[in-house]
Design a protein around this ligand. Structure first.
Ligand SMILES: C[S@@+](CC[C@H](N)C(=O)[O-])C[C@H]1O[C@@H](n2cnc3c(N)ncnc32)[C@H](O)[C@@H]1O
Length: 284
């Protein structure tokens, strides 16, 4: 490939260190993901129910699942539209391999959902459950808008700023590093949708909570689904005293069912009749 071809190749985007680590974490979690992903299942099932609410007359010929993981969402998509051509994208090759075992009749593409290697207006439906929060949601939205044909549908579940607020509380006393992924407010995404000309059919936000007997089990569960990376890492691991302090702070939040962990989930269904051209206004 020449340098020019490489530059024009949309699948090529230099990875930031944080993104590389996030990809590696998901790669490593591919083997444990399905057993631990009960929240992810619940979120994806609700995305499907949201889609059903907007009516039955939509028949996509081409469907993209962005950030497919091990392929749970694809089973619903395949059942719902058996004749549609399904394309699965994930940047973690371990996840893609797992998805191929579950859904052999689909096209798997190892790529970045912030820079999709597809032509404009290639798909009728863009589907993504719990992948956008690891990225710049605005860039994901822009790419979704580019690869969707006018009139195509967008179905996204992502996370909001209050995600894992208990972990943030527990780590706050220890140091100034971010131990939890920083996610922009969902209102910002909604504002971007409006500015970019999307008609929002469904916008729902709800806390999905789980309880664990202790911090060790909770963290093991988070790690098993690959959700352990943050954009900024502490150079040295915690010592025993720091862990004791984190545990004590988390214990302050204990409820009768155990230690709580909150996912701040947002579900979005939207469509855009016309492609909006030119530069988008900026939202401060
Ligand atoms: C929490 S998992 C969700 C997987 C699946 N959608 C589900 O509901 O089970 C997030 C997935 O998004 C993928 N992902 C995150 N950022 C991505 C990016 N920029 N490009 C491609 N895949 C990405 C991860 O590799 C991971 O497989």
């Amino acid at each position: 490939m020449t340098r020019n071809q490489l530059r024009n190749d949309r699948s090529f985007s230099p990875e930031l260190p944080a993104k590389r680590r996030i990809r590696q974490a998901f790669d490593q979690a591919a083997a444990t993901y399905d057993e631990a992903a009960d929240v992810q299942r619940e979120v994806c099932d609700r995305l499907a129910r949201c889609f059903e609410q907007i009516g039955n007359d939509f028949q996509p010929g081409t469907v993209l699942e962005a950030g497919c993981g091990t392929g749970y969402g694809v089973q619903w998509l395949r059942q719902r539209w058996p004749r549609a051509e399904l394309t699965l994208v994930d940047f973690a090759s371990g996840m893609l391999i797992a998805s191929r075992l579950q859904c052999p009749c689909t096209m798997q593409v190892c790529a970045d959902i912030e820079a999709l290697p597809f032509a404009d207006q290639r798909f009728d439906l863009y589907w993504s459950s719990l992948a956008w929060q690891w990225n710049d949601p605005r860039q994901c939205l822009t790419e979704a808008g580019r690869v969707l044909r006018p009139g195509g549908r967008l179905a996204v579940a992502t996370l909001g700023i209050d995600n894992f607020h208990e972990l943030r509380h527990a780590f706050a006393a220890i140091d100034d590093y971010s131990h939890v992924l920083t996610i922009p407010t969902p209102e910002r995404l909604l504002a971007h949708c409006r500015v970019d000309g999307w008609t929002v059919n469904i916008w729902q936000r709800q806390a999905v909570r789980r309880h664990y007997p202790d911090l060790r089990t909770l963290l093991r569960r988070v790690k098993a689904v690959g959700a352990r990376e943050v954009e900024q890492r502490r150079p040295a691991p915690f010592g025993r005293t720091a862990w004791q302090a984190v545990t004590a702070r988390y214990e302050q939040l204990r409820e009768p069912e155990g230690l709580p962990l909150t996912y701040d989930v947002v579900w979005l269904i939207a469509h855009r009749l016309q492609k909006v051209r030119g530069a988008y206004p900026t939202i401060a």
